[in-house]
Design a protein around this ligand. Structure first.
Ligand SMILES: Cc1ncc(COP(=O)(O)O)c(C=O)c1O
Length: 392
């Protein structure tokens, strides 16, 4: 047989999607599975966005658009980055609208990486970063962060990981999977290290709007001394419950933008026309919807922390943002359940609860549960988790 791409063969598939698929097939077989494995808001898309898409259809706004995104949306995103995030250089000419933040990050990595380059990824990390880096031919360099440091990369660890081959560092705040957020002073401390080293920073801020007031959101792209090397990524999926619409965006330095835009023009042409109109309406008019969803997430966060806190043997930190609870289960592992991946299979197959094992995020000994789910699912789900832990 002819050999297929080695780069693709070397990248992993998304484990979170695989677990969600297994849970779905069990449900289809009639098993009462509770899934707290997926990462999407369980709310409808705000009405203003839906209406804008309907209007776009009725106006026959159904053809190719500018490959980088429609100018009104690029302008609105640049304005958002300037006004809400302090990224003073953000401009519609350097904003790229893509098919989801995932696509934005892939295009940006594709624009900057060569084989042999290194990309620093703090762990626990979002499942897709290492695979995306591997797909470009570059090498992911994983920097583990510990619970003692709230799973945030420390400046000394960053300094130790930087080499002449480092092309980029990926930061994610609020974090998927841990829910932790970097404070302004923590980001300034990382920026001070990065100032001494010529590399890019991708700051993935997709959960920006979902936080609980503990740590104010801060964008590293607003720090002047490194701003010209920071790519800020955000999108509509999480803030506006628009995962299916596939709209993400990034502001990048001119040279990176130009290369990323070239990739997008050749492999995608443009994000869907009607979804872009919907995104524009969401950015303009959905602030109240965002706040309403945030309040519900805040209530569920209290609930899930209380329920997990009552299960002996599991340690947690209250999440600062996003909608995940990151559970340290190292104390309950051993014997026939030596690691979190085995615990996760047991939970799914015997207790019909779908969670994601820490292994998917580069940190064995942990489980991630999403609280973007109905309160009854959270309550019964945590009862199943408690039963499983008690049986160990
Ligand atoms: C940290 C992080 N970045 C990016 C994304 C991708 O978002 P999008 O749906 O916009 O591609 C996700 C989705 O789960 C995520 O958790």
């Amino acid at each position: 047989m002819l050999e297929l791409s080695r780069r693709v063969a070397g990248a992993s598939e998304s484990q979170t999607l695989a677990i969600a698929a297994r849970a779905k097939s069990m449900k289809q077989a009639g098993i009462d599975v509770i899934s707290l494995s997926t990462g999407e808001p369980d709310f409808p898309t705000p009405q203003c966005a839906k209406q804008a898409a309907i209007d776009a259809l009725n106006e026959n706004f159904t053809h190719y658009t500018e490959s980088n995104g429609i100018p009104e949306l690029r302008r609105a995103v640049a304005e958002k980055f300037r006004n809400e995030n302090g990224i003073v250089t953000a401009d519609e000419s350097t904003v790229l609208i893509s098919c989801g933040a995932k696509h934005s990050i892939m295009n940006i990595l594709g624009a900057m990486c060569n084989p042999g380059d290194e990309v620093i990824i703090p762990a626990p990390y979002w499942v897709s970063y290492p695979a995306m880096v591997a797909l470009t031919g570059a090498t992911p360099v994983i920097v583990p962060a510990t619970p003692e440091h709230r799973f945030l990369m420390q400046p000394a660890a960053l300094a130790a990981a930087l080499t002449p081959r480092t092309k980029c560092v990926i930061l994610n705040s609020p974090s998927n999977p841990t829910g932790m957020m970097y404070s302004e002073s923590e980001l300034r401390a990382l920026a001070a290290v990065l100032e001494q080293h010529d590399c890019y920073v991708i700051s993935d801020e997709i959960y920006e709007k979902i936080h609980y007031g503990v740590v104010p959101h801060f964008s590293i792209g607003s720090i002047r001394d490194i701003a010209d090397r920071v790519i800020t990524v955000n999108g509509c999926s999480k803030a506006y419950a628009m995962t299916g619409w596939r709209i993400g965006f990034a502001n990048a330095p001119k040279n990176v933008f130009a290369q990323a835009a070239k990739i997008q023009s050749q492999d995608t042409s443009n994000p869907t026309s009607i979804a872009q109109r919907a995104a524009l309406a969401a950015l303009r008019f959905a602030a109240d919807d965002v706040e309403a969803m945030r309040r519900v997430f805040a209530r569920r966060r209290e609930m899930v922390c209380e329920l997990v806190g009552a299960i002996g043997g599991i340690r947690i930190l209250q999440p600062d943002g996003a909608f995940y609870i990151w559970m340290d289960v190292r104390d309950v592992l051993g014997g026939t359940v030596p690691d979190s991946a085995t615990l996760c299979s047991k939970l799914l197959e015997e207790h019909h609860l779908a969670l994601v094992p820490g292994e998917a995020f580069g940190a064995s000994g942990y489980l991630r549960a999403s609280f973007a789910a109905a309160e009854s699912d959270i309550t019964y789900g945590m009862a199943r988790l408690a039963a499983c832990i008690a049986s160990l």
